[in-house]
Write a protein that binds this ligand. Structure first.
Ligand SMILES: [Zn+2]
Length: 493
């Protein structure tokens, strides 16, 4: 990966993110939003656009959207209205989409994201967040060889939040990191499940290049919008490809922004290229006008207060709070928070039981997360619960065994589903008394006069050679204790 500074241009990126809100029912009717149902089974006269059917706004969807906008530091409009965006498409039976044009419910916010390695932190401005209904889905069954196309309107009328950023991002990597932070935020707040396989979060990206000219002028390449990407990896790859393509085209044509219309391109993931689709519509092409079937929406102080309360603990706030509360590093807090709210709750449960954050965090990162990554699944399904790990940590602290033995016990608890106490008993692990330990150490010292001489000569680290021998004689010994007792005995010799 080349660093942005190594390129002879600056990459300018802005995003438009469509997020499906986590509601039971659609935005303007009572149909279910459940994913994966048989086609056209979750429809009614309103979302089918039958004549005479009237929309009624889903207030819960509006509340979720307000929560998202507040978390994005936006100003909430106290008065907002709906508009019709007119266009023809087979999956849009009404011939228009209900959206928000000139009075979106929120505007002027920001969200900051930093990569975990500290390479960059970027505050990205939010131009606006508005609500709209989704269209249906066209299914082109070309695989069947019949070139059959069908329409599924289950998705028609599903509530979508559209988040439009300023062109503040400066590299495809930044775009990916920022999108990850946005997704994390929306999932934390319960605004959306952001399930990208199910299309709950889709991204359009605008990109062009600013190129310094020899005369000091900055040339700007025509803006290209890459439509409808449903993975962050695709977003990063598509932007990387498009920046290189625009650079090549600039060198060949010197075509600048404004002289050619804004272009829409699609990302062909298997081929790894963007392809020209059409010239971008202007908003006048959509003949927006106010939706006559819906009343404007007003937002009360009480609604704002409850939305504010619901978004009090954003991932950014939580990272700082965790680091503070449990005295763990910013990096550790970042790793925990990025895994989601359930994992943070698991960690806090463990840390509370242990009464200490650092050791709990170590077990989370080295044992719980590593195992979760290997096995897959969620923390809720993880078979080893915080009480079991707290029990283990307590026994290590008491000196029953050391951390590496503790890890073996953890693995056995995980594999067998038995309690820590049962596994300890089954493995015959018992604390070795100081008396027995001392006897064992004397035996070792008698058998290793070289080590004794080395330690006496000032090479304390020579005692390490005794620990392996001690473990062979009795696997339950605590290595730290063996070392301490041996050094004490040698000192007294
Ligand atoms: Zn409906």
């Amino acid at each position: 990966m080349t660093s942005p500074a190594a390129e002879p241009y600056t990459t300018i990126i802005g995003l438009e993110v469509h997020v499906q809100l986590q509601t039971q029912t659609k935005l303007f009717c009572g149909c279910s939003t459940k994913f994966g149902m048989p086609p056209n089974t979750q429809v009614c006269p309103t979302c089918l656009g039958l004549p005479g059917a009237l929309p009624v706004m889903n207030r819960h969807a509006f509340d979720l959207a307000v929560r998202a906008a507040l978390a994005l530091n936006c100003t909430i409009a106290r008065f907002t209205k709906w508009d019709r965006k007119n266009y023809f498409y087979p999956d849009l039976p009404k011939g228009y989409q209900i959206s928000q044009f000139d009075l979106p419910f929120s505007s002027d916010g920001w969200l900051e994201a930093a990569d975990s390695k500290g390479a960059f932190a970027r505050r990205v401005g939010i131009i606006r967040v508005h609500l709209e209904e989704d269209a249906g889905k066209s299914m082109h069954d070309e695989a069947a060889g019949t070139a059959d196309s069908r329409i599924d309107l289950n998705r028609a009328g599903t509530p979508l939040c559209e988040i439009v950023t300023q062109p503040d991002l400066r590299s495809p990597q930044e775009a990916r990191v920022w999108l990850n932070e946005l997704k994390l935020l929306l999932v934390y707040l319960g605004v959306s499940d952001c399930n990208m396989q199910e299309g709950s979060l889709r991204v359009d990206a605008n990109i062009n290049l600013h190129i310094p000219e020899p005369d000091g002028r900055i040339a700007k390449t025509p803006i290209v919008e890459i439509k409808n990407m449903n993975s962050f990896r695709s977003v990063e790859r598509a932007l990387t490809y498009e920046a290189a393509r625009q650079w090549d085209e600039w060198q060949a044509t010197k075509a600048e922004m404004g002289k050619t219309p804004k272009q829409t391109r699609g990302w062909d993931d298997p081929a790894g290229v963007t392809r020209a689709q059409r010239h971008k519509e202007e908003s006048s092409d959509y003949r927006y006008f106010p939706e006559p079937d819906l009343v404007p929406v007003t937002v009360s102080e009480a609604e704002l207060a409850s939305a504010r309360a619901a978004c009090a603990e954003s991932p950014a706030v939580l990272r700082t709070a965790l680091a503070d509360r449990w005295k763990i590093s910013a990096y550790d807090a970042d790793v925990l928070v990025n895994q989601g709210r359930e994992l943070v709750a698991y960690f806090e449960d463990l840390a509370t039981r242990v009464g200490e954050g650092k050791v709990a965090s170590n077990w989370m990162q080295q044992d719980v997360l590593r195992t979760l990554n290997e096995r897959g699944g969620t923390i809720a399904e993880f078979p080893v619960r915080p009480e079991a790990i707290a029990d283990l940590i307590g026994r290590v602290a008491k000196g029953d065994f050391d951390t590496s033995r503790g890890r073996e016990i953890f693995a056995e608890v995980l594999a067998s589903g038995r309690s820590v106490a049962d596994v300890v008993a089954a493995l015959g692990i018992a604390a070795v008394s100081d008396e027995d330990l001392t006897a064992l150490c004397r035996e070792l010292l008698a058998a290793n006069p070289r080590v004794v001489a080395d330690v006496k000569g000032g090479k304390k680290q020579a005692a390490a050679g005794l620990i392996g021998q001690a473990k062979k004689k009795n696997p339950n010994v605590n290595p730290g204790r063996v070392r301490a007792i041996c050094l004490e005995l040698i000192r007294a010799m």
